[in-house]
Design a protein around this ligand. Structure first.
Ligand SMILES: [Zn+2]
Length: 315
């Protein structure tokens, strides 16, 4: 089972509690299917649960019969062919959603999405029949595909209108279809949650967290440790020098500008030059210069190693 088919199976188990939402989902399912046309047209659907859902939608919302035929698809994957037989039935379906059979191009009629709650149901229907989502292990990608330009544009607008999330959809053309897609992992997660695929959204989130943790671990072990080592070895020399000055003379003997840097370094061994420069509001080269002066000053007092040797000798 793919991630997409799992999410669709989850969605097909949702029961619409409100009549308005039930109608909105049916509208999404039928409008974005290839059956929403006065001319007889068939569409192939690989997902049995979705095929059943569409047939139910046609019956419940428009009182028409949709034929679902089980077939062996080219690649020997079992698939279903959907159609709505009879011109009268097709007219009835089209008109029951306020469309006319003479429309040149298909549009989303927003009056079928009466209440705020209906938006999610409509998007669920559209996603079920013309959408898919890539396995998040591979990449973050969710898309809808339709041959109708206006439907694509208006679907994008509906997605942009979702107030609960920033979905940032885009449109592209692929062969004869317009693709409305979402690329951002958190947007896909929000979308799946919105339409009711809560388990799929959670699975995506877990995969993302795992990936991020794994990447962070790699990054740290590859590069940050190298930088940290550099910062630390430079910092440890500086701290040794500052400690030496403190022991011999006391930090108060340092000029104010050096004392400031010395105190900051002493309390923050891991701080980078950049962070120090931000903290002190002076340039990085300024910080560097002061640290060098501290090291030079400490050298006039003897190196820390000499100092340690001297201490050992005293004992
Ligand atoms: Zn509703």
């Amino acid at each position: 089972m793919s991630f997409a088919s799992d999410s669709k199976r989850e969605l097909c188990m949702i029961e619409n509690k409100r009549v308005c939402c039930l109608k909105a989902e049916c509208y999404g399912l039928l409008l974005f299917s290839k059956c929403f046309s006065i001319r007889e047209s068939k569409m192939v659907c690989e997902n049995g649960a979705v095929a059943r859902r569409l047939a139910e939608a046609a019956a419940v919302s428009a009182g028409v019969f949709a034929e679902v035929r089980s077939e062996l698809h080219r690649k020997k994957v079992s698939a279903f062919t959907l159609s709505i037989p009879g011109e009268d039935a097709r007219r009835q379906m089209i008109e029951s959603f306020g469309h006319s059979t003479t429309e040149v191009s298909l549009h989303i009629k927003r009056e079928n999405l009466k209440n705020d709650c209906c938006m999610a149901a409509f998007l669920r229907g559209a996603f079920l029949i013309c959408g898919t989502v890539t396995d998040p292990q591979k990449e973050y990608h969710l898309e809808f595909s339709t041959p109708h330009l206006h439907l694509a544009q208006e679907l994008k607008a509906v997605l942009e209108d979702v107030r609960a999330a920033q979905l940032s959809p885009s449109i592209a053309k692929r062969k004869n279809n317009y693709i409305v897609y979402i690329k951002e992992s958190s947007a896909i997660e929000d979308f799946l949650t919105l339409i009711g695929a809560v388990n799929s959204a959670m699975e995506l989130m877990q995969i993302k967290m795992y990936k991020e943790a794994y990447n962070n671990m790699n990054r740290v072990s590859n590069c940050e440790t190298a930088n940290l080592d550099k910062t630390y070895s430079a910092a440890s020399k500086q701290i040794a020098a500052i400690a030496l000055i403190n022991d011999k003379l006391g930090l108060d003997e340092l000029p104010a500008d050096l004392r400031e840097v010395a105190t900051l370094r002493l309390h923050n061994p891991e701080m980078s030059l950049r962070e120090m420069s931000e903290r002190l509001a002076i340039s990085r080269s300024g910080v560097n210069h002061r640290l060098r002066r501290i090291l030079e000053f400490a050298e006039t007092l003897g190196t820390p190693e000499e100092e340690a040797a001297a201490q050992r000798a005293e004992k």
